[in-house]
Design a binder for this molecule. Structure first.
Ligand code: ADP
Ligand code: MG
Length: 638
């Protein structure tokens, strides 16, 4: 018998879901598909898999439960492992991209929705699982939507697979109809009233407004923790710094315990989220939308909502996917407000006006309607859907986007003219990578530079390896310029990685050179895993040593759709601009790129970021003849 601390057992019994435990277990036994609706914090994510286990479902297979964010996967696994009295990776484990913490023993497996979708590509029937919980379905990520469609197809063939759709708020009728009238089970959560106050300081700038509101609460309002919703690392760090270093509460007020929460944070820091505040403290959690429903933080009395969220916005005309700040939907704003009413009556400060709120879209647009489908279509082809019209989607993706994805996959030679997946396509799908990076790896085998491209692909799979702290930007830029090379930004990153290896992965060397040591370690581990996949596929591993041409050509083979050509120089134009092909958009070289002064005639870029202009980042110089060699059917009309 496992030993579980008494307080943990007690906490489980206090969750709203517990009052309905028996009813819920009956519903699980009696239904093939069950839709479960419950407030955030009612215990769905942590308790449902354990209830399924009590019903006996681990006897015939694993219980899989999807989450939308890596951080949520890890945090919830940690909690459930405690509740089950085991270590992570034993009875309770998790899988995220590039990290598998499961074993023979594993009965409950948390994972991202993307991982489960990948699992379908090698095990179409999901035969390892006796139950699948699609959690947080209300967010309608593309992977969840695709899983819904694939699972709808699987359960027709597998009577023994339980499917549970779970969510905080959800159009339960739509889901129920989609699954032929499936039962909807409601878990009523406790909710206290929340008073909504619009735009307390009438400021346009939500960052300043958030800072003022935190201080006002601390100085005027009674005890209770604060949850601030911002959009990402930049605004979260700015506000954290301000409250940590610029604001000095007087002895009359609580000390602020600032806890930033965003996906790029080191995992160790995230444990702080759940630590209760000390007597003289007030917790201030400054988070992205991850705290909307994915992570439940207890003890919140005050919510401050910026009204913004960062969202991937896809422009099919330009084939560009950009992370942009957009207004939240009304549904999201309501979720955020609700976070203040879990422990008692709360207050939500909305940093916008009521009339602005009225103009917000009522619900977010499902991701499947606004994203690139190339990767998804490749996975569907690998699973075995030849004709995509046969798939019964909850909301069908736009025909244009599907056609675009098919064209792109044909250019990659991943599918043939009849729409069937090719050998190259099968190989590409076997890497947990975006199709362009997978294609790079496959070409590098042919060109004899897998060692170099492996490093580059691994580095492109982590966040920026160059540090640029706000207060030391000049020094950081100087340090970066020491690595500049005429072969472009990707080769520059590879050189950094190789030099770091020559110093035996020295942390100090990283510090002195403004390099993010943690990112290099992460890239290192990703590289190992990709190497394992290549070895298991018996791919030939080779280095091109000092010859960079094959490396540049491989990059070109992955990024040919992101090609830009320098416009002829005109004396009256101050900046050198580039023009993308074939879409003819004007773009510029980012000032942080090592190509900023080199200005090659032809480049491929990793992505475009829009600030004052549209800037290309991750730039590689190419020879335009390589385009014809690497993507023969790419219509350039040079
Ligand atoms: P739901 O999925 O319905 O939103 P959860 O099952 O995620 O609810 O959360 C139930 C409770 O477990 C919450 O009170 C939450 O704070 C707590 N909890 C979840 N993860 C952790 C963790 N890693 N450490 C401590 N408490 C946690
Ligand atoms: Mg949950």
């Amino acid at each position: 018998e496992k030993i579980v601390p008494a307080d943990i057992i007690e906490r489980r019994k206090k969750l709203p879901i517990y009052t309905k435990k028996n009813e819920l277990m009956n519903a699980i036994v009696n239904n093939h598909v069950l839709i479960i609706i419950g407030e955030t914090g009612s215990g769905k994510t942590t308790q449902l898999p354990q209830y399924l286990k009590e019903v006996g479902l681990t006897i015939t297979g694993r219980i899989g439960c999807t989450q939308l964010r890596r951080m949520a996967v890890k945090s919830v696994t940690k909690r459930v492992a405690q509740e089950q009295g085991c270590n992570i990776g034993e009875e309770v484990g998790y899988t995220i991209r590039f990290e598998d913490m499961t074993s023979e023993k594993t009965e409950i497996q948390y994972m991202t929705d993307g991982i489960l979708l990948r699992e379908c590509t090698y095990d179409k029937m999901l035969s390892n699982y006796s139950a699948v919980i699609l959690d947080e379905s209300h967010e309608r990520t593309i992977d969840t939507d695709i899983l819904l469609a694939v699972l709808k197809w699987i359960i027709r063939k597998r009577n023994d697979l339980k499917l549970i759709i779970s969510s905080a708020t959800l159009d339960s009728v739509k889901f129920s109809n989609y699954f032929d009238g499936a039962t909807v089970f409601n878990i009523s959560g406790r909710m206290f009233p929340v008073n909504i106050i619009y735009n307390p300081f009438q400021l346009y700038d939500y960052e300043r407004s958030a800072a003022k509101t935190v201080i006002m609460i601390n100085e005027q309002k009674e005890r209770g923790d604060i949850l601030v919703f911002l959009t990402g690392e930049d605004d979260i760090e700015t506000l954290s710094d301000y409250l940590n270093y610029e604001y000095k509460p007087s002895s009359l007020h609580y000390n602020l315990k600032i806890i930033p929460v965003y996906s790029a944070l080191p995992w160790e820091q995230q444990a702080l989220i759940f630590e209760p505040a000390k007597k003289n403290e007030r917790k201030v959690i400054i988070a992205t939308n991850i705290a909307e429903t994915s992570l439940t933080v207890d003890g919140i009395r005050y919510v401050i909502d910026s009204g913004y969220v960062k969202q991937k916005v896809y422009n099919p005309k330009k084939d560009m996917e950009v992370l942009t700040k957009v207004r939240v939907s009304q549904a999201q704003a309501i979720q955020r407000t609700g976070r203040a009413g879990r422990v008692g009556p709360g207050v939500c400060y909305r940093l916008y006006s009521q009339s602005q709120f009225d103009l917000f879209p009522s619900a977010p647009i499902p991701e499947i309607k606004r994203t690139s489908l190339t990767n998804t279509v490749l996975l569907l082809k690998k699973i075995g859907f030849i004709n995509l019209n046969d798939i019964d989607f909850l909301d069908a993706p736009p025909t244009d986007a599907i056609n675009f994805a098919l064209t792109e996959l044909e250019l990659f030679e991943a599918i043939d003219k009849t729409g069937h997946i090719t050998e190259i396509g099968i190989k590409m799908a076997s890497f947990p990578l975006e199709p362009n990076l997978a294609k790079m790896l496959i070409i590098s085998e042919v060109l004899g530079c897998t060692e170099e491209i492996l490093t580059i692909v691994a580095l492109l799979s982590v966040s920026n390896i160059f540090f640029r702290p706000k207060k030391k930007q000049k020094l950081a830029d100087k340090a970066k310029s020491n690595f500049f090379t005429n072969n472009g930004d990707l080769i520059m990153m590879m050189n950094v990685y190789n030099q770091w290896h020559q110093t035996s992965q020295d942390k100090n060397w990283c510090h002195e050179n403004f390099i993010n040591h943690r990112m290099l370690l992460e890239a290192n581990s990703i590289r190992e895993q990709l190497l394992d996949i290549m070895k298991s596929r018996k791919m030939k591993l080779k280095s091109s040593f000092s010859d960079m041409t094959p490396v540049l050509k491989s990059i070109c083979a992955g990024f040919f759709q992101n090609v830009a050509k320098k416009k002829p120089y005109l004396a009256n134009r101050k900046k050198y601009d580039y023009i993308t092909l074939p879409s003819n958009e004007v773009v510029f070289i980012h000032p942080g790129s090592c190509m900023h002064k080199v200005l090659p005639a032809w480049v491929v870029y990793q992505k475009v970021v829009t600030t004052s202009k549209e800037f290309m980042r991750g730039i590689t110089p190419i020879d335009c003849s390589w385009l014809i060699e690497m993507a023969p059917s790419f219509n350039l009309q040079i």
